[in-house]
Design a protein around this ligand. Structure first.
Ligand SMILES: C[C@@](CO)(OP(=O)(O)O)[C@H](O)COP(=O)(O)OP(=O)(O)OC[C@H]1O[C@@H](n2ccc(N)nc2=O)[C@H](O)[C@@H]1O
Ligand SMILES: Nc1ncnc2c1ncn2[C@@H]1O[C@H](COP(=O)(O)OP(=O)(O)O)[C@@H](O)[C@H]1O
Length: 313
């Protein structure tokens, strides 16, 4: 049973003051993009995780992996053992601010639910996603959505047309909690007044609904960007290269260090990606489109053969 789930970019990430539980209230406007992982679930004697693809050496294969936590949570809900082999085919950059772990968690929940025939109602799956992590419910639903609370309370958003993006992948990741802490520290140091509960920007929502890339480019906003840049100053060079090469706008994706560039069309995407790769300011650049779907089953490929050079760990 194979389920695919996509990466995200935050077209608005407004971060409130830290809450008593250590989280931050957000106005988090998620947009699912073309980069995706796949999780395959097969019956096994006990829970086993394998992973292949770029960066897979940085993915934990123990009980802390979100796919392991997803299987354990769903199994406990249905009073059974999580006896399953979960294989992750990774393409989403690890610790890149694109919710790769969350995508895998949502994909594993769905894959196990289908494999075990447990038919968990959608609302319950969403609750389990929220237990796994703040970004996991969005990975299940995809498209575009506003996340309130810590990002887990979703309202679907209308999107028209296709948005073209280029992602500059960085060497190494950034830790999400470290970036949130740096954001708090910078705001404290600047004596900034921060709302408890931030609000979505109507300009962002209108641009998504209208399919207006120029308007969306003008409204992109990420409150975690100053923190990501403080922790990784070289990201400013990456952003400058992409913008100079013709992107409408560049922004750090979520907690970073991936940089996201919104571009006018597929041709510009190719040119911006080539300029980023030639600049040496990133590990690789990937052109893709949005919106992308939520986690979904893929039919088995009768001609599937193991691909050389992608041996699972
Ligand atoms: C920043 C965002 C933007 O979408 O994603 P990434 O860019 O990392 O992918 C998310 O808020 C990340 O969500 P996710 O990675 O699911 O976070 P969780 O596992 O729930 O929380 C990890 C840690 O991040 C911090 N955290 C997360 C969410 C939130 N609203 N406030 C927080 O302060 C807390 O320190 C928490 O302990
Ligand atoms: N399936 C998974 N894929 C990637 N990372 C995972 C996974 N499960 C747990 N992790 C852990 O979560 C951390 C954050 O991973 P990821 O979701 O890729 O990044 P981000 O939170 O920046 O979007 C990783 O550094 C890793 O230790």
């Amino acid at each position: 049973m194979t389920v695919r789930a996509h990466a995200k970019v935050n077209v608005q990430l407004a971060v409130g003051a830290p809450r008593a539980d250590g989280y931050h209230d957000l106005a988090n406007v998620f947009l699912a993009v073309g980069l995706r992982d796949a999780v395959t679930a097969r019956p096994a004697e006990r829970l086993r995780i394998t992973c292949a693809g770029p960066g897979s050496e940085h993915v934990p294969l123990d009980g802390t992996n979100l796919v392991a936590r997803a299987a354990a949570l769903l199994a406990a809900r249905h009073g059974r053992e999580p006896a399953v082999h979960l294989h992750i085919d990774k393409d989403i950059p690890v610790a890149g601010g694109m919710a790769g772990g969350s995508a895998d968690g949502a994909a594993a929940l769905l894959a196990c639910d289908l494999l075990w025939g447990t038919a968990t109602p959608r609302a319950e799956l969403l609750e389990l996603c929220a237990e796994l992590g703040s970004d996991v419910p969005f990975s299940l639903v995809g498209g575009a959505a506003l996340g309130r609370g810590r990002g887990e309370r979703l309202t679907g958003l209308p999107v028209t047309g296709t948005f073209h993006w280029v992602f500059a992948l960085a060497d190494g990741g950034l830790s999400t909690p470290v970036v949130y802490r740096e954001c708090d520290r910078l705001r404290d140091a600047a004596g900034e007044s921060v709302p408890e509960v931030p609000e979505p920007d109507p300009a962002v929502l209108a641009a998504l609904a209208a399919g207006d890339a120029r308007a969306l480019a003008g409204a992109l906003a990420n409150d975690l960007q100053p923190a990501a840049l403080a922790l990784r100053p070289a990201l400013a060079d990456t952003l400058a290269v992409g913008e100079k090469a013709g992107a409408l706008a560049g922004i750090v994706s979520g907690s970073g260090p991936t940089c996201a560039f919104l571009v006018e069309d597929a041709g510009t995407a190719g040119r911006v990606a080539a300029a980023l790769e030639a600049s040496g300011t990133c590990r690789a650049a990937r052109a893709t489109t949005a919106p992308a779907p939520g986690a979904h089953r893929v039919p088995p490929d009768p001609d599937a053969r193991p691909r050389p050079g992608r041996r699972p760990r």
